[in-house]
Design a protein around this ligand. Sequence first.
Ligand code: RTP
Ligand code: MG
Length: 148
Amino acid sequence: MEKTFLMVKPDGVQRNVIGEIVSRFEKKGYHLAGAKLMQIPTELAEQHYGEHKERPFFGELVDFITSGPVFAMVWEGENVILTARQMMGATNPKDAAPGTIRGDFAVTVGKNMIHGSDSAESAEREIGLFFKEEELVSYEKTMNSWVN
Ligand code: RTP
Ligand code: MG
């Protein structure tokens, strides 16, 4: 089954919306495969956001994502990579539709509440960066037959 890496950023943890965000993906019908609250070391942040290394905001991005705990998650389900991105909304909250996570909870691009993998390759890379194989749990839910 398709998997993605999602992470409530430090602003989301500070603003007490871990539960709200988890709830949206649960209610949608996705399946939680792993989760942990963690403080990201600088080196991991630089690897995770490596594609933005040359961008002017890279330093700020790394400083922000390491500024406090994040809630890292792996979710699985049909089309979860793309659908999670749609549920998150546009990168800049000013362009994010109401009803999306960024549209409902965020104001500024630097503090946009949630990260989500943008492709199958990113998902595989990011899950590998943040989770060991034994931290991902495989289990059945009888309800899955109603959503898949
Ligand atoms: P993310 O990787 O965090 O899920 O966000 P994204 O795919 O929607 O956007 P991406 O282009 O990957 O950018 C990563 C993060 O960098 C910050 N950013 N700041 N100041 C700026 O112009 C700017 N542009 C991007 C955002 O916090 C974005 O989430
Ligand atoms: Mg991105």
